[in-house]
Ligand binder design. Structure first.
Ligand code: PLP
Length: 455
């Protein structure tokens, strides 16, 4: 069922690419200096693979609202938005106030506290099917814990997941796919199938050995399926029929697709939900939530565990008071669907404006996405249609190849020089991105297309 788009390869002429790099280097001397120092301490000079950029990343000094600034004094419209954690924009006053109030009361209380409970109560009020909660420090940790709970609860081992869906970097998440440094023996603990392939789902669950099926509702990393709702409902029914737990990874879509994430939007409840990013208002934090009977395998009371062994779960920074205070302030705001509507409006304007620019320039490609996110693909065999689209070919599940490396590099560098910081070939908006920012982003894209001289 996966459709690979016929690519018409676009080329940036070597001298154009070299001139863009030279301009970038010349206009960012302090970032270059920072990079030279950073490469002595960090492999490739970065602390997150997604921040790597050739010839070097920006050294960012501060951020506010929709903007961030670099060490050379340039201002950018930020479309990384804290890797998707800042739907309220940088430095929202209510989040900032909550964190600074807590800062003086203690950054680690070494015990239970009121804020963690309030934070969990907010989660349960907003997220569909959330009965109990366990806080962790990141999305990767949330997935590790969810899978461990599912394996303990069901007494089964197999984890079914979809090719290309991202669930963090733990051995648990990447074991079946096989990654450098992960013991090959873990490949036997799971199965990777194609998203959108209903027959593969039926086949992989038929042996009734699967503890859990996990799905990334941001599909995957910002949208590749035209109708994830129908597929999500299908996997819900199939997992239920086979006694397999459905883990819905809402690390990205949670509080962004709707207050209650993709599950609210599509009317589907998983057995467990993994959360992070917006959950903690831009501070480190994650959580699992969902069915109390499943989460109860963390309980010290054997009767609550239904005879199952206890899952151990420590974690120094679980529900730390700073993240709790930011999370409460953020969730209080994002419970109002006007927040998701505003952020979506910005992304929708960007998608439509960029597609119009591609059409106008006669360049094949598309800018697509759902909710407050978008992905730019340059190349392919068509110019984009007129509307703000979710995927380029309605009705067909699609997997997009990335852009050729030289095109992507020229695009990112040129957009930076036009004052727009993309997140790879993608962007994430917040309520701080208004109509003015949308106009600036689209016009930066128009200038960039012209400069790239794609043929
Ligand atoms: N799941 C999804 C869908 C993600 O996009 C990410 C990170 O971007 C993760 C899990 C991992 O979260 P973290 O980076 O907080 O470990």
């Amino acid at each position: 069922m996966v459709f690979r788009h016929q690519q018409r390869e676009l080329v940036v002429q070597a001298e154009v690419g070299a001139a863009i790099v030279a301009d970038y280097v010349a206009s960012h001397p302090k970032s270059a200096e920072h990079h030279a120092r950073a490469t002595r301490r960090f492999p490739s000079g970065v602390t997150h693979d997604g921040r790597h950029l050739d010839p070097f990343q920006l050294c960012v000094t501060h951020a506010h609202g929709p903007h961030k600034w670099d060490a050379d004094g340039h201002r950018y419209i930020d479309l990384v938005t804290g890797h998707g954690s800042l739907i309220l924009g940088h430095g929202h006053p209510e989040v900032t106030r909550a964190v600074s109030d807590q800062l003086v009361k203690g950054t680690h209380l070494g015990g239970s506290h009121e804020l963690e409970l309030e934070w969990a109560e907010r989660v349960c009020a907003i997220v569909p099917g959330a009965e109990q909660v366990r806080f962790v420090s990141s999305g990767s940790e949330a997935i590790m814990l969810a899978v461990r709970l599912a394996r303990t609860f069901t007494g089964r081992v197999k984890l079914v997941q979809f090719r290309g869906h991202f669930h963090g970097w733990s051995d648990t998440a990447v074991g079946a796919a096989g990654e450098t440094g992960v013991p090959a023996v873990l490949s036997g603990t799971g199965e990777v199938i194609e998203c959108g392939d209903e027959e593969a789902v039926v086949r992989s669950l038929a042996d009734e050995l699967a503890a859990a099926l996990i799905i990334e509702t941001s599909h995957p990393n910002f949208n590749s399926l035209p109708d994830p709702g129908a597929f999500l409902r299908f996997v819900r029914d199939e997992t239920e029929r086979r006694g397999t737990l459905l883990i819905v990874d809402e690390v990205v879509s949670g509080f962004r697709w709707a207050p209650g994430g993709a599950q609210e939007k599509h009317g589907v409840h998983g057995d467990l939900t993994t959360l992070a990013k917006i959950l903690a208002g831009g501070l480190p934090g994650g959580a699992i939530t969902g069915r109390a009977d499943v989460i109860s395998v963390l309980s010290f009371d054997p009767s609550e565990r239904g005879g199952r062994p206890k899952v151990k779960h420590p974690g120094t920074y679980n529900a730390n008071p700073l993240s709790s205070s930011a999370g409460i302030a953020c969730l209080n705001l994002v419970a109002d669907p006007a927040i998701q509507r505003r952020a979506t409006e910005a992304a929708s304007g960007i998608r439509a404006g960029m597609n119009a620019a591609l059409r106008h320039a006669g360049i094949p490609g598309c800018v697509y996405g759902e909710a407050s996110m978008f992905r730019i693909v340059l190349g392919g065999d068509e110019v984009p249609p007129a509307d703000d689209m979710r995927a380029p070919l309605p009705g067909a599940p699609i997997e997009r190849e990335g852009m050729p490396g030289d095109v992507a590099q020229a695009l990112l560098l040129s957009m930076l020089m036009e004052g727009v910081a993309l997140f790879g070939g993608r962007g994430i908006t917040s309520i701080a991105h208004g109509a003015g920012e949308v106009r600036e982003i689209v016009s930066a894209f128009e200038v960039t297309l012209d400069r790239l001289g794609l043929a």
